[in-house]
Design a protein around this ligand. Sequence first.
Ligand code: CTP
Length: 319
Amino acid sequence: GAEVVINDSSSPAVVDRSNESIKHNIKPASSKWRHNQTLSLKIRKQILKFLDAEKDISVLKGTLKPGDIIHYVFDRDSTMNVSQNLYELLPRTSPLKGKQFPTCAIVGNSGVLLSSGCGPEIDAHSFVIRCNLAPVQEYSQDVGMKTDLVTMNPSVIQRAFEDLVNETWREKLLQRLHSLNGSILWIPAFMAKGGKERVEWVNELILKHHINVRTAYPSLRLLHAVRGYWLTNKVHIKRPTTGLLMYTLATRFCNQIYLYGFWPFPLDQNQNPVKYHYYDSLKYGYTSQASPHTMPLEFKALKTLHQQGALKLTVGECD
Ligand code: CTP
């Protein structure tokens, strides 16, 4: 397998609030980082043993019909019915079918992006992935605007759009969706039971307003497959974050992968405070003690890959 051996089975349950950032020092972008093509290909091959991004990125129309019953991945005892709207929005073929990109950017949501000036560099990549409908317009200098794929956990509707309580919030979401302008909107609809109505609201809006997005709903096996891959590399992740899922998927269709906005620590490399998100006031550890994410552990794994040249992490200013 790939030489990614990260031995740390202690899984901190919350985002690390200590001075971890010191340990995680990454050399400035100007210092020599070289892409390791051999390792990247090796990792792609190894991940393909667990999942195939082309297939697992979305359930396809041919495999479901309205009325089918689905058990949630994390809440096995709860089920949902495939609605007519959801069925209509399932893609006929994989949105990534046959795709290969020379370079991809995956943009995480850490406040480390603020004042980075990374916008133009991010937008220069051939494929740009963003997470959880994070706003771009007001932050374009630091995060860029180009969006080829954006994820949307159902919880975003609650957190960032007030569960669409009134017209103002509905309008806000509509605007954001309209601005996606043909990109892929990736909605994990089958993961946790809590998001049922939220997914339906979004589906309804997209259809009613003829919004130009290509919807995708990750396969039921994706999460387990991703966890399985990382487990065999000794990275014990309870529930991979969106960011790690995106990296794992991207290995299939991106030659070089560049990560921005991945920094799950409250202080930057110069010991200045960093916001959890670049665009809101969510705090570190907003997730409870029971949080299934182990972001610092994931970060450690990504950092090792950075040092090996399999991906490039940018955690400071862009040149
Ligand atoms: N991220 C990070 N450091 C932060 C915040 C986010 O590395 N301070 C990365 C994580 O990989 C995360 C991704 O950026 O999955 C997107 O951020 P966010 O929308 O905050 O994801 P969460 O809601 O925290 O977690 P998830 O959607 O993965 O459940």
